[in-house]
Design a protein around this ligand. Structure first.
Ligand code: SAM
Length: 312
């Protein structure tokens, strides 16, 4: 039996969720698109059409342990507090679909914290194949204080990169795998500096929303640009499955402007209600989707590009 595999009690639910036919029949248009809806349903629709393959999937899910993120379990309505196993099912079903959407020369980049990077990696080995593992990058994303003791601790997160097909993917500096090498000489395995830090991401968001942090923490634009730059091509589609504040759209638009590229984005975000008295809510936003939409509207205005909004 190929190993290792990750087992949990209701794992078959993940396959069932991914295989169920989509409820709607909306097609995803060409060009830049922001989709309001559940990413499971949207990815199913994307699987139906072979027209729109994606070269880069960015996968930045709720990391599981933050209370605010309990909203991700739309499909377990009866549960107040989802279990770790529920999180596995939720992630696994979405990874199955993300793999289907990737083009043969595409790759997925998944952000994850230190508590579940080991389980996510086993899941991805299983779904994408261990042979398609490209790199795990440690991102030095910031510092936070251990509240009780006031000790500043470094926060890191990880980027797990898998190719759809390691023999077809073209990434800057990646010459394929050498079976005899101990260390595969490829991407730097630690990313650090201002451009990859959360506080930079928060500042970029504040610059758009009149100094207010209406959502977050968010990824910085520079982190996503760095991922995109691995692909030598400047013309391809990026899918951000968990759009949040829309950082990826800003990164695509800025990078196109910088290097004359014509990349497109597809962003998916559910219209999740913002908690009462959160900054976003007090600034007049009803849900996260409205923040995503407003950020894209703001950044796209100066570029001459356009985007469509659809609701699933
Ligand atoms: C960790 S945040 C992403 C942050 C984003 N990278 C940024 O820079 O702003 C995850 C986002 O995914 C959204 N989300 C969670 N589950 C979802 C689902 N099933 N479908 C669509 N969006 C979802 C959450 O509402 C949240 O906005």
């Amino acid at each position: 039996m190929p190993a290792p595999f990750l087992y949990w009690s209701n794992k078959e639910t993940a396959f069932k969720e991914a295989e169920k036919a989509p409820i709607t029949k909306v097609s995803i248009p060409k060009g830049n698109v922001l989709v309001e809806g559940d990413n499971l349903e949207v990815m199913k629709l994307m699987c139906l059409s072979s027209e729109r393959k994606v070269k880069l999937v960015y996968f930045d899910p709720p990391f599981m342990f933050r209370n605010l993120e309990l909203e991700w379990l739309s499909w377990i309505k009866s549960k107040e507090k989802p279990s770790r196993e529920d999180w596995f099912t939720y992630i696994y079903s979405r990874l199955l679909l993300a793999r289907k959407i990737l083009s043969e020369d595409g790759a997925i980049f998944a952000s994850i914290g230190f508590k579940e990077n080991h389980t996510l990696r086993v899941m991805m080995d299983e779904i994408f194949g261990k042979e398609n593992f490209v790199q795990q990058i440690t991102v030095r994303s910031g510092t936070s204080g251990l509240r009780a003791k006031k000790i500043p601790i470094e926060t890191v997160e990880y980027l797990l990169i898998y190719a759809k097909n390691i023999n077809s993917v073209k990434l800057e500096g990646f010459k394929g795998k050498d079976k005899n090498a101990f260390v595969e000489p490829f991407l730097e395995s630690i990313w650090q500096g201002e451009e990859v830090r959360y506080d930079k991401g928060v500042q970029e968001l504040k610059d758009i929303f009149k100094g207010e942090q209406v959502f977050g923490p968010v990824e910085p634009v520079g982190l996503i640009k760095r991922m995109m730059k691995f692909f030598p091509s400047k013309k391809y589609t990026i899918l951000d499955v968990f759009a949040g504040s829309g950082t990826t759209a800003q990164a695509v638009l800025e990078l196109n402007k910088e290097d004359g590229g014509s990349r497109n984005f597809i962003l998916i975000q559910r219209s999740v209600k913002l908690p009462a008295k959160s900054i976003g809510e007090t600034k007049g936003f009803n849900n996260i989707f409205e923040i995503t939409r407003e950020r894209i509207r703001y950044v796209i205005e100066k570029t001459g590009e356009t985007f469509k909004i659809i609701k699933i």
